[in-house]
Design a protein around this ligand. Structure first.
Ligand code: GZL
Ligand code: ZN
Length: 354
C-alpha cells in the first residue's frame, strides 16, 4: 500500500513537471517583446535565448483583404508558403474579412508591435494617407501587393507588386471583338452586362476601364448595366438574377472574377438559358483559377483573363533587396496570360498551381 502511494505521488509530481515544461515550450513559440513579458517573471535561460534568437527573424506584418474568392485563398497560400521561419521570417498575418477598418486596425497593431515591414493588400484605393504616415513616422517600410492606393504622396509606400488590371480589361475587350468577328456578328447589336468587383478596388477600376476603352471602338456594343457584386459567388448570382429579370436579351456577361462568374452561371441556368461557346450568353471572366478552367472545359465559360496570385515570392524579393540596402522598383508587374476554349485546357489545368 505504502509503495503504491509513493508511486502515485511520483506520478503526480511527474505530470506536474511535464505540464510546466509543456506550458513553457508553448509560450516559447510566440514572440514576446520585453514590454510584454509578465512582470517579475524570471525568464528561464532557454526562453531568453529563444526570444533573443527570435530577433534574427525579419518580422513581417501582412494585412490581407479577406478570403472572398479562390484567387484570394491562393494568394494567401503563396504568402504563407513564403514568409516562413525557415525562410528567416516571423509572420504576423491579419485577414480583414473585406473591411477597410480592419486593415487600418491591423496596420496600427503592426506599428505598435514594431514589425520590420508592413505588407498591405488595400481593399480599396482611398483612405490610407494617415495610417501610412504613421508607419513612416515609426520608420516601418510599407510594401503594397495586388491592389493599389491613391495617396497624396507616393513615397508613403516603398513598392507595389501586382497585376496590370487595365491590361486585363483591354485584353478581354479585344478577345471579344475578335470572337464576334469570327462568329460573323461583327456588326450585330451586342447587349452586355458587367458584374463588377468591389467598387474602388484596383482590380475593379482597371478591368472596368480597360474593357470600356475597347467598348468605345464598337458602337454596336451596348453596355446595358454594370453592378457591384463584390467579387463573391453569392452576390454574383443575386446581381445576375436581377439582370436576367430586367434584360430579355443579354448577349455577353463580363464578370470581373471567377467566383462571381460561378454565381452568374447558376443564375443563367436557373433562368433556363445557357452560356459558353454553344450557349445563348458569352461569358468572359477574370482570375482564371483551376475551377474556372474546369468550367470552361465543360463549355460554360468562353474566355478567362488570368490574374496571378503567386505574389509571395515577389514581395519577399523586395524585402530581401531592402535588407541588403539595394534599390527596388516602385511598381512591378507579375506575368499573366489568358485562356479560351481553342486551347488544350486539359494539359493546362494539370500544370496549374492554383
Ligand atoms: C485581383 C484581386 C481580386 C481578384 C478577386 O488581383 O484583387 O480580388 O480578382 C479577389 O478574385 O477577390
Ligand atoms: Zn442579342
Amino acid at each position: 500500500m505504502q509503495n503504491s502511494i509513493i508511486n502515485m505521488k511520483k506520478i503526480v509530481v511527474g505530470i506536474g513537471v511535464l505540464l510546466c515544461m509543456l506550458l513553457w515550450f508553448s509560450s516559447c513559440g510566440t514572440r514576446m517583446s520585453e514590454s510584454e513579458q509578465p512582470v517579475g517573471t524570471d525568464l528561464l535561460k532557454e526562453e531568453k535565448e529563444l526570444v533573443e534568437e527570435g530577433d534574427n527573424y525579419i518580422v513581417v506584418g501582412i494585412s490581407q483583404v479577406g478570403s472572398e474568392s479562390d484567387w484570394r485563398i491562393a494568394c494567401t497560400e503563396s504568402l504563407r508558403n513564403t514568409f516562413t521561419q525557415e525562410n528567416g521570417y516571423y509572420l504576423i498575418f491579419e485577414d480583414a474579412q473585406q473591411k477597410q477598418e480592419n486593415q487600418l486596425k491591423a496596420l496600427r497593431d503592426f506599428i505598435l508591435q514594431e514589425v520590420d515591414y508592413i505588407v498591405l493588400d488595400p481593399i480599396v484605393e482611398t483612405g490610407w494617407d494617415a495610417v501610412l504616415q504613421e508607419a513612416r513616422d515609426a520608420g516601418i517600410p510599407v510594401i503594397l501587393m495586388d491592389r493599389q492606393v491613391k495617396v497624396s504622396d507616393e513615397s508613403l509606400y516603398t513598392a507595389w507588386v501586382g497585376s496590370d488590371f487595365r491590361g486585363q480589361g483591354v485584353l478581354a475587350g479585344s478577345w471579344l471583338s475578335d470572337y464576334l468577328e469570327e462568329q460573323g456578328r461583327g456588326s450585330e447589336r451586342i447587349n452586355i452586362v458587367t458584374l463588377q468587383g468591389t467598387l474602388d478596388s484596383t482590380a475593379q477600376l482597371g478591368r472596368t476601364s480597360g474593357f470600356a476603352s475597347v467598348m468605345e471602338q464598337h458602337d454596336n456594343w451596348v453596355m446595358l448595366e454594370r453592378q457591384d457584386a463584390d467579387f463573391t459567388q453569392t452576390k454574383g448570382q443575386e446581381v445576375m438574377e436581377e439582370f436576367l429579370k430586367t434584360y430579355p436579351d443579354i448577349d455577353v456577361v463580363v464578370s470581373e472574377n471567377d467566383n462571381m462568374t460561378f454565381g452568374a452561371i447558376e443564375a443563367i441556368e436557373a433562368a433556363g438559358k445557357t452560356c459558353g461557346p454553344d450557349g445563348d450568353i458569352i461569358i468572359l471572366s477574370f482570375d482564371a483559377g483551376r475551377a474556372a478552367l474546369q468550367a470552361m472545359e465543360e463549355g460554360e465559360i468562353n474566355a478567362d483573363f488570368e490574374c496571378n496570385p503567386n505574389l509571395g515570392p515577389l514581395v519577399s524579393e523586395i524585402i530581401q533587396k531592402l535588407e541588403q540596402g539595394e534599390e527596388t522598383e516602385k511598381l512591378q508587374y507579375i506575368k499573366e496570360t489568358y485562356f479560351d476554349t481553342t486551347m488544350d485546357l486539359e494539359s493546362l489545368i494539370e500544370v496549374r498551381t492554383y
